[in-house]
Design a protein around this ligand. Structure first.
Ligand SMILES: Cc1cc2nc3c(=O)[nH]c(=O)nc-3n(C[C@H](O)[C@H](O)[C@H](O)COP(=O)(O)O)c2cc1C
Length: 600
């Protein structure tokens, strides 16, 4: 690392100098225009460039998006040439200070960063940059900020890259989290902290005490500080310590003007204010990082008592939506940085991978240094009880010899090994608020798939399928339609030629459920068909899904499937319903709409 970026402007200059920043001088509106540019750019190979919109119609502030959104930019942002360098710094610390207890192991990153003396410092100058311009009281007007209306059916404009500062009423400890803010009017916004997050936990302390909760929000800080707000640190650990650790330089903090909190002095904008206990308002819908609209729901209200900013601030925002988007790279940084921490608790985890089609909370692939029978289910249980890993819906465990980040290698393990009768563990637990597959909000079914080599008393895997001729082409579609008239299209997947004779044969089908019963009914009909007996895994998708697009079908599979309801296993074969669910499937809550920038 050269030197830490002092502020956002400094980072943008570096991006420009490295050819990573595209200046857009055309006039653009924050209503969908900036989203269109950003969506197109994010879908380019390796995330395209960061975007700087000079001319935002009706606003005096420029807007930057996609600043973290490529392998190169996330490394630049965090001052490394490879993300594993951050993990190596944590590992160095662990080697010299091995944790003595589980509690210490869980706090290894905080211990490392505290010990490194990167604790935030008070700003000493005359005037903090973030307070060069001050609006308080009746002068507060959030409509002056070029806040993006990201997707057509969003409930309004949303601040999408905010650093939300709070303190625990009980311990006084600071928390910084990234929780979106819906602009309601000139001085109020929504406060979208999910129930499992630290901001929400601290809020519940104020509710219990019936006290007003001070809240301040920084928008646009140096990139390490912004990243730190997204990091899943244990409750009670100040994310500003992590920012200092990454920057190798403490964050300078300044006291707010209308509440007692502190914010990064170098921020572009700061919103100061409070949240009243028990005051809730409908927030959303919002086009979310799952690629769907998260549904409107009641969330606390943030009252803004001051807006302060630099003389010439840049408003920074992100667009989340169908992956890949900028947040995939922020999540990648977290994946790499938190591996050593996880390894202090589970040293047998060699590596892991969150495929972006799983939008982080839906699936993780673990490479395990297996030591004994039932080791993989033990790890699954452990992870389902661990911080934000507990949101994970599916955990797939492979041997340490398999690279978990290599999709082809993982799929090869799956088709050659999976014994559906013995490799699958079903469980229940908390789910991310954004999971829409479960009929229940915030909790539901989970699945663990153990693809590790059998050891000890573990019985050998059975081969449940017969060596049958695999139908193809028009004949295949006719057979599938005969099995269930709901089928509208089909395709054999994972390369007919590549699969060993005793490997799984995978059939993907498009279905239109209308008038054909539930997903389970259709799954059963397909599994019952003798003519389809050569297929041991049948994946069901909505009629409009392009079965030739592997990323699309994995995204649908991971997002739309409740493993307890949508997976039908019979005699070593399985069908999975990854289509939209309705009350007919036992799904009695609203199914969210998929995002598109087209306006109908
Ligand atoms: C761009 C972006 C937007 C996010 N928006 C939200 C949000 O609106 N609500 C939420 O609870 N988490 C959101 N998250 C995830 C949290 O920031 C993340 O879980 C963080 O660890 C929470 O901090 P905490 O553990 O201190 O609560 C978002 C993450 C990113 C990268």
């Amino acid at each position: 690392m050269k030197t830490a970026f002092a502020d956002l402007d400094n980072f943008l200059k570096t991006l420009k100098a490295s050819g990573e920043l595209k200046i857009i001088s055309d006039p653009v509106s924050p209503y969908l225009d900036i989203s269109r540019y950003t969506d197109t750019e994010s879908k380019k190979p390796d995330g395209g460039q960061a975007l700087y919109f000079q001319n935002v119609t009706g606003y005096r502030f420029p807007v930057a998006t996609n600043i973290f959104g490529s392998p190169q930019r996330i490394c630049l942002a965090l001052g490394v040439s490879h993300l594993d360098e951050l993990a190596d710094r944590v590992r160095e610390y662990i080697e010299f200070n091995p944790p003595g207890s589980l509690k210490e192991a869980l706090n290894i990153i905080p211990m490392a960063i505290t010990a490194s003396k990167f604790i935030p410092r008070a700003f000493k100058g005359k005037q903090a940059p973030c307070q060069e311009v001050v609006h308080t009281g009746a002068d507060v007007d959030l409509s002056r900020l070029p806040v993006l209306h990201c997707w057509p059916k969003d409930g309004g404009p949303f601040v999408t890259l905010p650093l939300v500062f709070t303190r625990s009423l009980e311990t006084g400890r600071r928390n910084v989290g990234m929780y979106r803010l819906q602009i309601f009017d000139r001085n109020t916004t929504g406060m979208h902290w999910h129930i499992h997050k630290d901001g929400s936990h601290y809020y519940s302390e104020y509710v219990a005490a019936n006290r007003r909760m001070p809240v301040s929000v920084a928008i646009g800080a140096d990139p390490a500080t912004t990243y730190a707000a997204t990091a899943p640190l244990p409750r009670g650990i100040d994310e500003m310590l992590l920012a200092g650790f990454i920057r190798k330089k403490p964050v300078r903090m300044v006291k707010c003007l209308t509440n007692e909190l502190e914010v990064p002095a170098e921020a572009e904008f700061v919103l100061e204010g409070y949240v009243d206990p028990g005051e809730m308002r409908l927030e959303g819908p919002f086009g979310d990082h799952t690629g769907y609209y998260s549904l409107a729901d009641d969330y606390p209200v943030f009252h803004v008592t001051a807006v302060t900013h630099r003389k010439n601030p840049v408003y920074s925002a992100t667009l989340v939506g169908p992956p890949p988007m900028e947040d995939c790279y922020l999540a990648k940084a977290t994946e790499r940085l938190f591996l050593p921490m996880l390894q202090t608790v589970f040293p047998e985890i060699v590596d892991y991978w969150f495929p972006w089609e799983g939008v982080f909370h839906n699936i993780v692939i673990i490479a395990l240094d297996k030591g004994y029978a039932c080791h993989a289910p033990r790890i699954m249980s452990g992870l389902w009880g661990q911080g934000q890993m507990s949101f994970c819906k599916a955990i797939v465990v492979v041997d340490k010899t398999v690279n978990p980040q290599d999709p082809a290698a993982v799929l090869a393990e799956l088709v050659t090994k999976l014994d559906l009768e013995t490799d699958v563990t079903l469980s229940k637990g908390v789910l991310d608020v954004l999971d829409h597959s479960s009929p229940n909000v915030n909790f539901g079914n989970k699945i663990g798939i153990d693809l590790t080599t059998r050891v000890g008393d573990e019985p050998p895997r059975q081969r449940h399928h017969e060596d049958l001729t695999v139908p193809a082409g028009a004949e295949l579609l006719a057979i599938a339609r005969e099995a269930s008239p709901a089928v509208t299209g089909c395709r054999q997947m994972l390369g007919e030629k590549g699969v060993p004779r005793d490997g799984h044969r995978v059939l993907a089908v498009n279905i239109d459920k209308t008038g054909h019963g539930s997903g389970q009914d259709i799954a059963s009909a397909l599994l019952d068909s003798k003519a389809l007996a050569a297929f041991t895994l049948i994946l069901m998708f909505d009629a409009a899904i392009d079965l030739e697009n592997p990323s699309l079908i994995l995204w649908k599979l991971f997002n739309n499937t409740d493993p307890g309801r949508d997976l039908v296993i019979r005699a070593g074969r399985a069908a999975v319903d990854a289509s939209i669910k309705s009350p007919e499937d036992g799904h009695n809550r609203e199914w969210p709409e998929e995002l598109t920038l087209d306006i109908d």
